[in-house]
Design a protein around this ligand. Structure first.
Ligand code: ADP
Length: 489
């Protein structure tokens, strides 16, 4: 059990409280029992002394008769009692040692003057002493005692029972408390699991009702209402950016068209033509940004997997590379395409192609002439793994997570075209397909982008499929830089 967990802290506090209460209760019980034993023994001894005084009063002058009277009434040796009667300092009667040797009466000294009755403790014996002034002026001192062995045994038994009983009670309480707290927190655990499973792919999922009718259920309902509001706000924002991009896109296309037409006119002065050319370049760039933003908005409003079909990723990569080969050749970059058997995923073919185009375009863009770009597609476990590796300039470690954010560019001054949306689109497409994208890069040596998508199952394809290789190609090198699939850009 984690020392900081709620269960641990609740059980620990509960046990500490129980321990304190247990110790308090044991101490109170023990002292109260001791007090009770002493007062009841004293009451017995006081009553016995008074009776002895009465008996002794009738046989004071006939000491031979006194002993049988006392022994008949109290049987001191048999019952482990001590009785001594003293008249004017002279011992008139003294009981003998008890038959079971519970105490030794010879150790009890003769009392000196007894002004007030008192209780005296000896080893294994408690004695009450009291003097009475008789009518004829003589002083009668009566000592009556009781063996304490039995009392001590009971007190010891009580102490031992508490000493051993308390830890057992604590262990049982800790075990019971743990089970109860775990049970009470089960709805929280299921809420945590459900919350962890909420992703961009399941925007309409909610936390399950706990049915406990308590504050935990109220918390779940409050969180669900909050998710509802966030979902609505998110949908609203997505719709707004899609609408805005669309509204900007149309006049931009018209402007581009007009400018392209103007640029064909030969009667314009060269400086006007140059200005027109650079304005046209910017308009093209702006349209690309708007197009990309529209693509992102559409991706984020994908409802379910309506458009998903079986796509052979190897064939798609081959086809895309063929179409983009010229780009690489222009820069004198060697291009290695995927080879091997087909790897099939369920997805939107055009979107998946866009992933390949964006990664490939970046690889060529950021690899100097004479370098190499290789694309590989493999099946690993339940995933299809697409890798685009280059021998380009690489990405600094501190930028490797940020490059998937919208509009993030490592160095705008590199003079390369682009608005920092390409990898954001790649990530959105991967997430919308239930997959993820990661990067492993060393500045100056190159980068390796790895896209993992769930393989289409035999049920999806309506047939069996080959077993995947044992080692996932992404795992050993990528594990520390995986971009969490649930993170919405
Ligand atoms: P852009 O379209 O501006 O290239 P991206 O989102 O595609 O935007 O990329 C973001 C940043 O990531 C780029 O500015 C670039 O610095 C860096 N980057 C992307 N791919 C690579 C790569 N293969 N090699 C080096 N840097 C890269």
């Amino acid at each position: 059990m984690n020392r900081r967990s709620l269960t641990f802290r609740l059980v620990a506090w509960y046990c500490a409280l129980l321990f304190l209460l247990g110790v308090g209760f044991a101490a109170y019980t023990y002292t109260d029992f001791d007090r009770y034993v002493r007062t009841s023994t004293k009451a017995t001894l006081v009553a016995r002394a008074d009776t002895i005084r009465d008996i002794a009063g009738t046989a004071l002058d006939d000491r031979a008769a006194l002993a049988p009277l006392i022994e008949q009434r109290f049987a001191p040796e048999l019952r482990a009692r001590f009785i001594r009667v003293i008249v004017n300092g002279q011992v008139a009667y003294m009981s003998g040692p008890p038959t079971e040797h519970e105490f030794d009466p010879s150790i009890i000294p003769l009392p000196t003057t007894v002004k007030t009755p008192r209780l005296e403790r000896f080893s294994r014996l408690i004695v009450y002493v009291r003097s009475y002034k008789l009518a004829d002026g003589r002083v009668l001192t009566v000592e009556t005692g009781e063996a304490t062995g039995m009392m001590r045994a009971v007190e010891k038994g009580l102490a031992v029972a508490m000493l051993f009983g308390l830890p057992v009670l604590l262990i049982l309480a800790a075990g019971g408390g743990y089970v109860l707290v775990r049970r009470a927190l089960t709805p929280v655990e299921s809420m945590i699991k459900a919350a962890e499973a909420l992703t961009f792919n399941s925007p309409h999922n909610r936390l399950p009702p706990t049915g406990t009718g308590d504050r935990i259920e109220a918390l779940g309902q409050a969180l669900n209402r909050m998710l509802e509001r966030l979902d609505n706000a998110y949908q609203h924002a997505s719709r707004f950016s899609a609408d805005a991009a669309h509204e900007i896109g149309t006049p931009l296309s018209i402007m581009r068209g007009e400018m392209e037409l103007l640029a064909t006119r030969r009667d314009l002065p060269p400086d006007v033509l140059a200005a027109l050319g650079s304005t046209l370049d910017e308009a093209v760039r702006l349209s690309q940004i708007v197009e990309n933003l529209m693509a992102l908005s559409r991706l984020e409003s994908i409802a379910g997997k309506r458009t998903h079909k079986a796509v052979d990723l190897t064939a798609l990569a081959d086809e895309t590379i063929d179409q983009m080969r010229l780009l690489a050749e222009d820069k004198n970059i060697r291009l290695d395409g995927p080879s091997g058997r087909s790897v099939v995923v369920l997805g939107d073919r055009n979107r998946l192609k866009q992933v390949l185009v964006n990664l490939f375009d970046n690889a060529v863009k950021y690899t100097p002439s004479g370098g190499r770009v290789s694309v590989a597609v493999e099946a690993a476990g339940t995933n299809a793994v697409l890798t685009v590796a280059d021998t380009g300039i690489g990405i600094a470690p501190e930028h490797q997570q940020l490059i998937f954010d919208r509009f993030f560019r490592v160095a705008a001054d590199r003079g390369e075209s682009g608005a920092g949306l390409g990898l954001a689109i790649v990530k959105s497409i991967c997430v919308a397909h239930g997959g993820r994208v990661s990067v492993n890069s060393t500045p100056g040596q190159g980068s390796r982008f790895c896209v993992e998508l769930p393989l289409a199952s035999a049920a999806d394809l309506g047939e069996g499929r080959a077993a995947p290789p044992a080692t996932p190609p992404c795992a050993p090198r990528m594990i520390d830089r995986l971009v969490p699939a649930g993170r919405i850009i």
